[in-house]
Every structure is written in structure tokens, then in C-alpha cells.
Write a protein that binds this ligand. Structure first.
Ligand SMILES: C[S@@+](CC[C@H](N)C(=O)[O-])C[C@H]1O[C@@H](n2cnc3c(N)ncnc32)[C@H](O)[C@@H]1O
Length: 329
């Protein structure tokens, strides 16, 4: 059979000259079409396919407060494609809240918070509870960081605050110092101490003496104990929650401050959100300030957050010792 077929092929009549040229031409046109289709469906040669699929929509440019792309240097070769422009609305973590409630008067602040946070009973009532009384330390030496810096007296003298919000209190060193200053200056000031009183992962390496019960470090109780020891229970009130949720609630409840001190999380994101939210609850003419602009911690993000916040909001940064200070516009 095989031999037969082979023989038959050999016997085919020769192709006409027209067919001889038409066949390669058809192959060529087919090849051309395939190439053209492939070219048209491919992504643009200048953009990376990964970027096209994953990049979030570019923020829009608002001329006022806009930060130019040269402010955000990147080593990426696609620098020219990503035009990063940021405006204050987009960086404002408060954009879900249209505005803070009308401010309540400073005289009502303590009562309002005791009602809202502690069901109407002061956290200092019947303190300490028996299970903690035995193990808490009664000391006048309280560990803090820059807690007695000159900035506290400078700002308290200047602003004469009725309400101070401290974000990051730990054992109360700076809060107690501020309470002593306001008392000495004859001011009637409430100092609200926002802290989750958890410290930070690993802080026990340096603070092993703070008592612990079933893995629960008694930082909150020790703070209350210190305030009691210094006889400052009338002017200091804890707000024992995370800074984000507490500052949002103060805003919603109309609890505004003349001074806001930021000294909680020292990474960029924590500092950024605390500053953004803290600034929001300032009374007109109020001042926000914080620690660690010039210390080893600044590299972790505090200084970058302060610088960016000041730039976006058109504010000037003043320096007082290790502290940064921003006067509200
Ligand atoms: C550096 S200490 C504050 C020191 C204090 N200002 C002083 O000078 O004595 C930081 C405190 O921030 C608190 N903290 C950190 N992140 C927090 C957050 N997201 N919410 C609430 N408190 C936080 C920690 O529990 C810790 O007590």
C-alpha cells in the first residue's frame, strides 16, 4: 500500500504558475496577520504589566497643600510613571468623621468621661482592690522619658490649659509632672491620660518589677497607684484604651484640649495617626507636641511623621529640647 501511495503522489499533474506564487503569498499574509494581532493585544511596551494590574488608583492633585512628587523619592526606575501627589484630604485618617461634636466646657470634661468610660464611678474609688494592693509598688521614683523636660513648663505657662490630653502615659511620670506644674501655677486643669496600659512587646526586659498576674501586667494599676501616691487623683484621669479609638471618641464627644502631648507608639504609622487625630481635638490656639524628635527613637518614624504632618498642613515645627511643638493654625 505504502509503495502505491508514494507512486500516486509522484504522478500528480504539475501546479499552474499562478498557484505556485499564490501559496507562499497566503502563508506570508497569514503570518503578518498573526503578528499584527499579537502586537495589538500585548500591553504597552513602556508600562510594566505588574504595575497595571496592582497599582491603586493614583491620588488626584489638589493644588493647595499638594506635595510634589520630588518630595517622595524612589529608587524605582518607573519613577517617571508613578506621579505621587498627596493632599491633606487623602492623608486625613479622620475623613470618615466629618467633624468633631461641638466642644463641651472644660468643667464638664471629667464628669462626662467618668460617665462615658467608667459607668459614673471614678477609677480611683476604692482603689486599690485587695488582690492588687499587696503587690503594687509605692514609690516616688517613676520611670519616664524626657518627662520633666522644659517644654512642659514652657507650654503650660504659655497656653494655661484647662484640658491636657496625653497620648502615651506609661507609669504617669510626665502626667504627674504636668499636674504639679498646673497646680503650682494655680490652674484648674484636667489631664486625660490615653494609654492602653499594655506597654509594648518585650518591655518587661526593662521593667520586670511591674507586677504581673496570670500574664497580665498591672501597668494600669501601677499608674493609678502612682497618681494616688502623688495625690493627683483630682486632676488626672486615665483613658485606658488604644490611642486611635480614644481620640476618635473624644472628638465625637466634643472633648477638646488646649494641649495634646504625643508619646505613644514611635513607629511612623502610630505617630502619624496619633498626631493626625490629636491635632483634630485641639481647641483653636491649642498646641500639640511630643517627645523623640531628636532621640534615638526619631529614626523609627516620629520625626518623619511630624515633618510630613507639618508640611501637609502648612505648619512650622518648633523644637524644645528633645520635643517637637506645633502651634495650631
Ligand atoms: C514612652 S511610653 C510613655 C511615657 C510617658 N509619656 C512618660 O514620659 O512617662 C509609651 C506608652 O504608650 C503606650 N502606647 C503605645 N501604643 C499605644 C496605643 N496604640 N494606644 C495606647 N497606648 C499606647 C504604651 O502602653 C506606653 O505606656
Amino acid at each position: 500500500m505504502k509503495t502505491e501511495n508514494h507512486n500516486n503522489t509522484n504522478k500528480r499533474p504539475p501546479l499552474s504558475p499562478l498557484l505556485k506564487t499564490a501559496k507562499p503569498a497566503a502563508y506570508f499574509i497569514l503570518l503578518l496577520l498573526t503578528y499584527a494581532l499579537g502586537y495589538l493585544s500585548a500591553p504597552s511596551a513602556t508600562s510594566s504589566p505588574q504595575f497595571q494590574q496592582q497599582a491603586p488608583p493614583l491620588p488626584s492633585l489638589t493644588p493647595l497643600n499638594a506635595v510634589s512628587d520630588s518630595d517622595f523619592h524612589s529608587s524605582s526606575p518607573s519613577n517617571s510613571v508613578i506621579q505621587l501627589t498627596v493632599n491633606s484630604t487623602e492623608l486625613d485618617s479622620f475623613r470618615v468623621t466629618t467633624q468633631c461634636a461641638d466642644p463641651i466646657s472644660p468643667e464638664l470634661v471629667r464628669r462626662t468621661l467618668v460617665d462615658r468610660l467608667f459607668n459614673g464611678t471614678s477609677p480611683f474609688s476604692n482603689f486599690p482592690p485587695p488582690h492588687a494592693a499587696r503587690i503594687l509598688r509605692r514609690t516616688t521614683k517613676i520611670k519616664g522619658w524626657g518627662s520633666k523636660g522644659a517644654v512642659f513648663e514652657n507650654l503650660i505657662r504659655r497656653v494655661k490649659p484647662r484640658v491636657i490630653v496625653e497620648v502615651g502615659t506609661f507609669l504617669g511620670a510626665s502626667a504627674i509632672h504636668m499636674a504639679e506644674l498646673t497646680q503650682r501655677l494655680g490652674l484648674s486643669t484636667q489631664i486625660l491620660c490615653i494609654d492602653d496600659f499594655r506597654g509594648w512587646a518585650g518591655f518587661r526586659d526593662r521593667f520586670s518589677k511591674i507586677p504581673m498576674v496570670n500574664g497580665d501586667v498591672l501597668l494600669y494599676y501601677q499608674f493609678l497607684m502612682n497618681v494616688v501616691n502623688f495625690n493627683k487623683t483630682g486632676s488626672i484621669l486615665p483613658v485606658p484604651f488604644s490611642s486611635g479609638s480614644a481620640l476618635i471618641k473624644l472628638c465625637e464627644w466634643g472633648v477638646l484640649a488646649d494641649l495634646v502631648e504625643i508619646d505613644a507608639g514611635h513607629d511612623f504609622f502610630s505617630a502619624w495617626s496619633d498626631i493626625t487625630r490629636g491635632y483634630r481635638i485641639l481647641r483653636p490656639g491649642g498646641v500639640i507636641f511630643g517627645h523623640d524628635y531628636f532621640t534615638a527613637a526619631d529614626n523609627r518614624g516620629v520625626r518623619r511623621a511630624v515633618d510630613l504632618f507639618a508640611k501637609v498642613n502648612g505648619l512650622k515645627i518648633k523644637i524644645d529640647g528633645q520635643h517637637w511643638v506645633l502651634y495650631s493654625a
